[in-house]
Design a protein around this ligand. Structure first.
Ligand SMILES: [Ca+2]
Length: 175
């Protein structure tokens, strides 16, 4: 199991964007679910399907089916007063880097992913840390690589910003 809390860096995750206007991924102390730091991804959605995500590259056994459990804490301040279905979670594992095209990235509507019971309010902000869990699977490529992505697709043309912390990644050969 790998745990990323972003206390001293991105812990092996790399920020990526597709179909985005100006965007940024920065560590911040504004909000944190564990420790003092999280990662803030923000951008200007000019396409109706901007995606901002973190990607982790894993080296595993080649040509092997893997089960992947992906868990993370997510906070989007604007969510609390927005139309929930304007957002889609990105939770994805595949044997090559996620494409910039849309699809085939794996999306989940907000309403398809219930909050974990450990969701906690952020005092003074009106926002919550929402804890999400996904069970994914993919066959590794012949070079033994797997690419795991976690993030958000935003479907309104406006600026937006969200935070990720406490990313747990568990991977095992599928039997
Ligand atoms: Ca943290």
């Amino acid at each position: 199991m790998e745990f990323a809390s972003f206390e001293s860096g991105l812990d092996g995750w790399v920020a990526r964007a597709a179909d985005a206007g100006p965007w940024a991924a920065t560590r911040t102390r504004v909000y944190a679910r564990d420790g003092d730091w999280s990662v803030q991804l923000s951008g200007s959605n000019t396409t109706d399907y901007t995606k901002l995500w973190l990607q982790r590259t894993l080296s595993v056994r080649p040509n092997t089916m893997y089960a992947v459990r992906l868990e993370y804490a997510f906070c989007c301040v604007s969510y609390e007063s927005s139309e929930p279905n304007a957002f889609f979670y990105v939770a994805d594992v595949r044997p090559q880097p996620a494409p910039s095209a849309d699809p085939p990235f794996q999306f989940y509507l907000w309403s398809q992913v219930p909050d974990d019971s450990s969701a906690i309010a952020i005092p003074g902000s009106g926002a919550m840390w929402r804890y999400k869990r996904f069970r994914l699977a993919s066959r590794s490529a012949s070079d033994g690589r797997l690419y795991v992505s976690v993030g958000l697709r935003y479907a309104f043309e406006s600026t937006f910003s969200y935070f990720l912390d406490s990313v747990r990644l568990t991977i095992a050969p599928q039997t």
